[in-house]
Design a protein around this ligand. Structure first.
Ligand SMILES: C[S@@+](CC[C@H](N)C(=O)[O-])C[C@H]1O[C@@H](n2cnc3c(N)ncnc32)[C@H](O)[C@@H]1O
Length: 233
């Protein structure tokens, strides 16, 4: 509309030209807080929201069998005869059964909701904690539920403490795991490019991002889908 007019003429008309300000989110991640009235962490609120979400979506399966077969092949070539794996946040428990069949080893799933007892090889357990017998004794961990963590730094350190030396933790990440996808049910959202930085900072030299793999199959509604492979030293 102002093309061809000088700044003075524009100002006489009562307008002003200013550069457009772009809103840039420089942190690259968001973390939803569960607070009580005193502003302290409200664990019961977190647990209740997760359990309600689990029950609302109990008929759904996010993991894709072809992707799990692809990851099982990846694990086979990097870990000699894996014996024990854990999948975290598994709802209907499909991923542990697919891994177990492909690798011929024990794989269990954790699930915070009491629906865990309805699915094979699934225990009702909050993945922010480790059972003492898991420490240093798991060959691989897989999760597509890391975005459900209320404290991703604590969570990843707990998972990595369970792995044997050179064990692998595979975190599924997609466009729905990004900041715009975060909410009360999925409290952690991060851009894919910020994940290696966060993981390196959180690990404090104990583990490293070994590789980022592109998923052979994408879920509906996602624009990109990757597997972040983290290896224990
Ligand atoms: C996005 S769903 C994924 C379910 C399953 N992995 C799949 O592929 O269909 C996340 C699941 O993680 C569970 N979950 C959330 N927070 C958890 C926690 N702290 N510990 C264990 N499971 C949790 C939820 O109840 C839900 O069933």
């Amino acid at each position: 509309m102002f093309k061809g007019l000088s700044k003075t003429m524009i100002s006489k008309l009562g307008y002003e030209i200013r550069p457009v300000r772009k809103e840039v989110n420089t942190s690259g991640y968001v973390l939803y807080s569960y607070l009580d009235q005193d502003g302290s962490f409200d664990y019961e609120k977190y647990r209740k929201i997760q359990e309600e979400g689990n029950k609302r979506k109990i008929s759904q399966v996010w993991a894709i069998e072809e992707n799990i077969a692809f990851l099982a092949d990846y694990i086979k070539t990097r870990i000699e005869s894996p014996k024990f794996g854990i999948c975290h946040g598994t709802r209907r428990g499909k991923e542990q059964s697919w891994f177990s069949a492909a690798l011929g080893c024990d794989v269990i799933g954790t699930e915070i909701s009491d629906t865990a007892e309805d699915f094979p090889n699934t225990i009702q357990w909050d993945f922010h904690e480790a059972k003492p017998e898991w420490l240093d004794s798991v060959d691989f961990i897989y999760s597509n539920s890391f975005d459900h963590s209320y404290d991703p730094e604590k969570c990843l350190n707990v998972w990595m403490s369970c792995l044997k030396k050179n064990g692998l933790c595979i975190i599924e990440h997609s466009s729905l795991h990004e900041p715009q996808g975060a909410n009360e049910l999925d409290p952690f959202g991060a851009e894919i490019w910020v994940m290696p930085y966060l993981i390196t900072m959180w690990g404090g030299g104990k583990f490293v991002v070994r590789q980022i793999l592109t998923a052979p199959q994408k879920n509906d509604r996602v624009t990109h889908q990757q597997f972040i492979v983290i290896q224990n030293f």
